[in-house]
Design a protein around this ligand. Structure first.
Ligand code: COA
Length: 386
């Protein structure tokens, strides 16, 4: 297997894009990534595109071909593949690109993610997202993602010493980081009271415990490490790429407030990279709800079960803490265009490792990205380093 590097990144702004279509979002992110890499479209060998549900959100399927066409690459006839794993589609598209380059099958590859969710109303959007859970056992019984993560939160808070204020602090911290990120959907700072006084969505989760519904796209350019310096002085190495799966329905899990696929993928990634937890300088984790960030930090093994709330309250996961988590603002403040999120996480880690994160910049040489599909039936973990 060959070593792999990321040489270019690009993201659209995340938010409601009334004046940009699904395909325009993708092309914008792709062009930004190619420009950043100094690569011409004609040099690409393959495209991998993470997308969860364009068929239902914008009534468009056959996304691989569409993307290649609107990227101006139809006449080049390069392979272009859509990758779907619900909210982990982006992370998995990145993993497919890494595998293609590592194997020697492809040399210059774009991994991207795109989702346009706001062209439908909240009810329709929530229902489409619910199709990533078990439709027969969960969706038909009325469970949506806020409801399923509320069950996880209730179970967790029953068993471990997490206070409502500590949970709210996850959102406060991520809005603080989002306020410093020019692509973030929400750039407003909030307080614990903002969270506690926001409307109840699914007890105990309130509006500000939830990631929003978002349009956006992100793209990265991946090449073999041995060729990276043809294009850039600051390649970022892919040190590990791991994936794990679990039961799709929560009720079949051994423990509903531990995501075993996160445990497995996190461990595999560290083993692959030959690293320990203390070597990781920053984390982008899948905080689709505040409780998800708490579980992720613990299930990835950065502290024991029941401790992440206290660490958050003490500022350990803040920008100036020992383990900054979700410097981008996370899904909570940066937004969560589901197919794009996993790629945006990689973009944030690369920007941080290159020292290009502006007022969000932390001191980091190695970062980990953690992307979850559903309530943890698919988990993808990458480690990147300089
Ligand atoms: N955090 C903070 N503010 C939010 C927000 C969020 N998650 N979602 C919406 N808002 C704000 C909007 O900006 C708007 O503010 P304004 O009135 O000042 O313009 C207001 O709240 C109402 O927005 P609206 O779009 O009508 O919200 P909604 O009630 O239709 O939807 C949720 C809110 C929480 C139901 C929806 O965002 C949701 O379902 N989120 C979860 C998405 C999800 O499950 N993703 C997959 C995870 S696995």
């Amino acid at each position: 297997m060959r070593d792999v590097a990321v040489i270019g990144i690009g993201c659209t702004e995340f938010g409601e894009h009334w004046s940009a279509s699904f395909r325009e979002l993708f092309v914008t992110a792709g062009v930004l990534a190619l420009q950043d890499a100094g690569v011409a479209g004609e040099e690409l060998d393959a495209l991998y595109v993470g997308n969860m549900s364009a068929g239902r959100f914008v009534e468009q399927e056959h996304i691989g071909a569409l993307i290649a066409d609107y990227a101006g690459l139809a006449s080049n006839h390069i392979p272009s593949t859509r990758v779907e794993a619900a909210c982990a589609s982006g992370g998995l598209a990145f993993r497919q690109a890494v595998i293609a380059v590592a194997s020697g099958m492809e040399d210059i590859v774009v991994a991207a993610g795109v989702e346009k969710m706001t062209d439908v109303g909240t009810g329709a959007s929530v229902d489409m997202l619910a199709s990533a859970a078990d439709r027969e056992w969960e969706g038909f019984a009325g469970a949506t993602f806020p409801g399923l993560y509320a069950m996880i939160a209730n179970d967790y808070m029953h068993r471990y010493p997490l206070t409502r204020e500590q949970l709210a602090q996850v959102a406060v911290k991520n809005h603080e980081n989002g306020a410093r990120n020019p692509i973030a959907q929400f750039r407003n700072r909030i307080t614990i009271d903002t969270v506690l006084n926001s409307s109840l969505v699914a007890d105990p989760l309130r509006l500000f415990d939830c990631s929003p519904i978002t349009d956006g796209a992100a793209a990265v350019v991946v090449v073999p490490l041995e060729r990276a310096r043809e294009f850039t002085d600051s390649p970022v190495r892919v040190l590990a790429s791991a994936q794990a799966s679990d039961t799709i329905a929560l009720h079949d899990r051994r423990d509903i407030s531990t995501l075993d696929a996160t445990v497995a993928a996190g461990k595999r990634a560290l083993d692959q990279a030959g690293l320990e937890h203390k070597d990781i300088d920053l984390l982008e984790v899948h905080d689709c709800f505040t409780i998800a960030e708490i579980c992720a930090i613990e299930d990835l093994g950065f502290c024991r079960k029941g401790e992440a709330g206290r660490l958050t309250e003490e500022g350990v996961t803040a920008l100036d803490g020992d383990l900054p988590v979700n410097t981008s603002g996370g899904l909570k403040a940066c937004g969560h265009p589901v197919g794009a999120t996993g790629i945006k996480q990689v973009c944030e880690i690369v920007a941080q490792l290159r020292g290009e994160a502006g007022s969000r910049q932390v001191d980091a040489e190695i970062g980990m990205a953690h992307n979850v599909g559903g309530t943890g039936a698919t988990v993808v973990v990458h480690i990147l380093g300089v």
